[in-house]
Design a protein around this ligand. Sequence first.
Ligand code: BES
Ligand code: MN
Ligand code: MN
Length: 466
Amino acid sequence: MEKIKTYIDANRQRFLDELFEMLRMPSVSADPAQKENVLKTAAFVREKLEQAGADQAELCDTGGYPVVYAEKIIDKNLPTVLIYGHYDVQPPDPLELWDTPPFEPVIRKTAEHPDGAIFARGACDDKGQFYMHVKAFELMVRTGTLPCNVKFMIEGEEEVGSEHLEGFVTENRERLQADVVLISDTAMISMKHPSLETGLRGMAYMEVEVTGPNRDLHSGVYGGAVANPINILCKMIASLHDEENRITIPGFYDEVVNLSAAERDQLNKAPFDETGYKKDLAIRQVWGEKGYTSIERTGIRPTLDVNGIWGGYTGEGAKTVLPSKAHAKISMRLVPNQQSKTIERLFQDHFRNIAPESVTVKVTALHGGEAVVTPTDSVAYQAASKAIEETFGKKPIPTRGGGSIPIVALFEKELDVKTVLMGFGLDSDNLHSPNEKYGLFNFYKGIETIPHFFRHFAEMSRASAR
Ligand code: BES
Ligand code: MN
Ligand code: MN
């Protein structure tokens, strides 16, 4: 497979220049002010897929931001790989915590990335990762080594909950038919310990509003005699975890799949450097549900986190006020068998139940998605495992990821197709955080690994069909 390395070496700088061009586009789907830039990014991706060799590459209307769809069908009898990714990115704020501007990509060396890492919003999540597929596709087309049919579906609303995606997938069932979905939007343990995620958590995302008096009050005149909604909200939130850091919502754990001792042992065999983890985050102690390891707490257990809390006076200096309202955004990560709709309902009922008479509460579900576990005995997983073994020199360790990609459960339900999560990022790449980065080594290693996946997948599919 010398062809792969030769092609990458000959095109190294151009691949990077193109990625940089895309990283300079602030495609923040959450920010209406960036609408033009989100659309510009979609057009860029479409053009690059066409140039890479797609027979057809188009922008599909979804009612929201467009899906970029492209395909190259070389032979109807060959297996088809559907590549999914997202061209939208998280908002970059807080801007002042970035060492260099989020949409001006630069390369800097770090301890984890001695060959250099690209610093920019979206570098890892997911522009740097899905672009590896565009370039690997180009490589296979140009070197005449494409062994399967390929379809690309790159969306622009992943970071805001993929609201219009369900409609798109159900309306395009035929067109999206594939033998496997391949996604690079997850992480590896480290470059020394390559891994493949075999699960993603689901999500129930809520917003709450607690109202006390009908207007803001002087905290000296009324304080102590009228419930302060911020004080009340804090107390309600604090009560959502017990002494063992378990979630107190009645029924919350009812549907959770508990793993066998053997399965848990297997998961915990993955390397986890707790000292390095604490050092990286500048924390003295890890935290979490009693009786579980850090690997289990992020992989197989559900969680509840406040993502933001606001109300009252937060400006400069002091203003004495007893606010009328307090708000919070609260997300729950779910594990297999928990249904996001059920959890939303349980949360809503519980939150109303624990509210004292002195306030009124409003609870809104913002968005949800279901957890998934992907098979490790499939041809596609084995092909990915072999591909990584070839390019990293080590068999990848299966892990359960803590993040969520709601489309994966949707693909399973609507298209009856399983996913392989072949991500090349690192958990420490600062996704959704200032100074997001993606290693150059990871970027090029990904481009190199993908064609190996295609070759193994084609060969093994043929063998298993015989
Ligand atoms: N790529 C991430 C998900 C991810 C990150 C999976 C790290 C595994 C490891 C994705 O872009 C993301 O941020 N998803 C959101 C989903 C939400 C907006 C519904 C998440 O996990 O918070
Ligand atoms: Mn992502
Ligand atoms: Mn993300």
